[in-house]
Design a protein around this ligand. Structure first.
Ligand code: NAP
Ligand code: G4F
Length: 350
């Protein structure tokens, strides 16, 4: 089989990596995926690639880790990709406060290792590099945030990602590598990790719908995020690498909603109206019809420093990439709730 190009994806077992792999396979790419060794299964999102694509030789998994320089050099040397998508990261903001050194090693130095590998192998002219940057680097700056907004990172995760952001720009300027930062705002979907707030909520709603009356414990209900759909956003990674010149882009919907808005919308999908009572850590969410308390606050989920509001301005992507999001907030929440109901039903059935 003749492939158009070869793409190396770090973080292929994650939400974005798995969706990107599906997207690029449809474009007739050969995919090299880096996955970590794990004592339990970590390939649920890409298992379908094994049965179909390993057999027709369009998908090649490699064990690797962003903290292992020699491993990264060897994989790039052996596979000589046309495009590298660096999506691997310790991507949980709250966890980064507990594992700051590891987060910096993977999320900051990991990017440097990959770019150095390109230099060491003298592949500067041959490989295009995409870096999964993030709206977290803006921290608590004025909204809406765009490519010209100053950065004010407020977590070890955001600081590490900002190191990577500047490293990409430095390698672009110093060594002429086609390297870009996709500054993506929060994007969600059926494959979202269950410890991020949206999926945590939609799973709880699905459980409630199916009769499990456990309380959903959340942290800061007032934080606002610009939530888009991963299915809308992933194609922009590829689009950025197809431009004539490398440049950095903000990808967002331009609409920001609070965690509470997300909760209200998700329960609405199963015809439950949430009534809010109390303040601060005493605030609770009650099912209006049954009067049952369904949501409580647990301080454990608060962060030492919080980003209060993210809201993106993606006019540059609209103009230069001809991209705009298609999936609305309502539709996103509904899809996630329905998918979780299906998944849980199947689990119960088995
Ligand atoms: P995710 O679901 O948490 O996936 C992260 C991936 O990175 C997983 O495949 C994970 O492997 C892998 N990984 C973690 N540490 C690694 C290491 N040291 N070496 C190699 N692989 C490692 O994250 P995502 O939502 O798909 O996000 C993809 C990227 O975009 C991340 O860099 C994230 O920081 C960034 N980002 C995400 C969003 C968003 O809203 N989703 C927004 C902006 C930026 P395991 O499966 O083994 O854990
Ligand atoms: O879902 P979250 O954990 O996502 P967060 O921190 O915005 O980070 C995500 O988006 C970034 C892009 O801006 C990515 F770079 C990053 O990799 C990740 O994908 O939290 C969203 C908000 C926060 O304000 C948090 O304090 O929800 C609040 N929250 C309230 N209760 C909670 C909870 N977050 C989590 N994870 N769990 C809770 O129970």
């Amino acid at each position: 089989m003749k492939f158009k190009k070869t793409a190396l994806i770090t973080g292929i077992t994650g939400q974005d990596g798995s969706i990107l792999a599906d997207f690029l396979l449809k474009k007739n790419y050969k995919i090299i995926g880096i996955k970590r060794r794990s004592s339990s299964f970590n390939t649920e999102r890409i298992d379908h690639l094994y049965t179909k694509h390993v057999l027709n030789k369009s998908y090649f998994p490699y064990y690797g880790d962003l903290t292992d320089t020699s491993n990264l050099i060897r994989i790039i040397q052996q596979t000589k990709p046309h495009e590298i998508y660096n999506l691997a990261a310790q991507s949980h903001v709250r966890t980064s406060f507990e594992t700051p050194e590891y987060t910096a090693n993977a999320d900051a130095l990991g990017t440097l290792r990959l770019l150095e590998a390109i230099r060491i192998l003298k592949l500067e002219k041959k490989i295009k590099f995409y870096q999964a940057s993030t709206s977290e680097i803006f921290g608590n700056t004025k909204i809406p945030q765009n490519e010209k907004t100053p950065f004010a990172p407020t977590s070890p995760y955001a600081i590490s990602k900002l190191f990577s952001y500047w490293t990409v720009i430095n390698y672009r300027k110093a060594y002429n590598i086609f390297a870009v930062n996709g500054i993506l705002f929060n994007h969600e979907g059926e494959r979202r990790g269950a410890t991020f707030v949206t999926r945590k909520i939609t799973r709880a709603v699905a459980n409630y719908f199916l009769g499990n009356k456990e309380i959903l414990y959340l942290g800061n209900l007032n934080a606002k995020r610009d939530w888009g759909a991963a299915d809308d956003y992933i194609k922009t990674m590829w689009m950025m690498l197809q431009q004539k010149k490398p440049s950095d882009y903000v990808i967002s919907t331009g609409v920001s909603k609070s965690v509470k808005d997300f909760v209200n919308e998700a329960y609405k999908c199963i015809d439950v109206k949430v009534i809010w009572k109390g303040k601060g850590v005493k605030e609770i969410g009650i099912d209006k019809k049954t009067k049952r308390t369904i949501i409580k606050i647990d301080k454990y989920y608060f962060r030492p420093t919080e980003v209060h509001e993210l809201k993106g301005d993606s006019s540059k992507a609209k103009k230069e990439l001809k991209w705009k999001p298609k999936i609305s907030f309502k539709k996103l929440v509904k899809t996630m709730v329905e998918s979780d109901i299906d998944k849980l039903k199947n689990l119960n059935f088995n």
